[in-house]
Write a protein that binds this ligand. Sequence first.
Ligand code: CA
Length: 235
Amino acid sequence: MSGEHILVVEDERDLCEVLAYNLRREHFQVSTARTGRDGLEAARSGKPDLILLDLMLPDLDGLEICRLVRQEPRISATPIIMLTAKGEETDIVVGFGVGADDYVPKPFSVKELIARVKAVLRRGSSQADEAPQRPVRRGAIEIDPARHEVRVEGEPVEFTATEFRLLYFLASRPGQVYERDTLLRRVLGTEAIRVARNIDVHIRSIRKKLGEQRNVVETVRGVGYRFSDAGPTSS
Ligand code: CA
């Protein structure tokens, strides 16, 4: 689980150094960039295993970088953890639909951040090791894990790795209600920090992408979420 290459894109010098120091102590290879353009260039040339991306940067902001990374086939699958400044709502990030795999609000503890890094990396590697999972079709929604593909009413829709796992997990078990904590543990890995709000953020983004099919992901008030078993909405 060590030796993976982490790219840190952060303009605050002290924070950048603290992150690099602590990640190296955990045996990660670390490269750093202090501007958006350098960060994007480092992502292209270094092909990191994960990017820690500050939202507010002096030139290209984190949203733009995230969008550009997702558009380039060679690096589009790189997990991204977005560092959002104090007071900035994660909703803003989700609203732009740029596809970060996780969001960590500042101020954060370095220990917590490293736990998130490991959780996101492990998710990626366990996905690669798992036997191919079966495609699921629910009404107008088709999910094919082998191809990492979701079609809504026949049209392909892009989901981040995290959103994909959540949607596939719920859709594979229609009618069953899962608490936020359970979803975090089962879908996002045991080391995921249990911030229930994060699940809500991902669910909101999933619903937005499902468009008119959004109601298949149901909120069970005071409990959690489930995928509707009300029967197909078409087909
Ligand atoms: Ca900043």
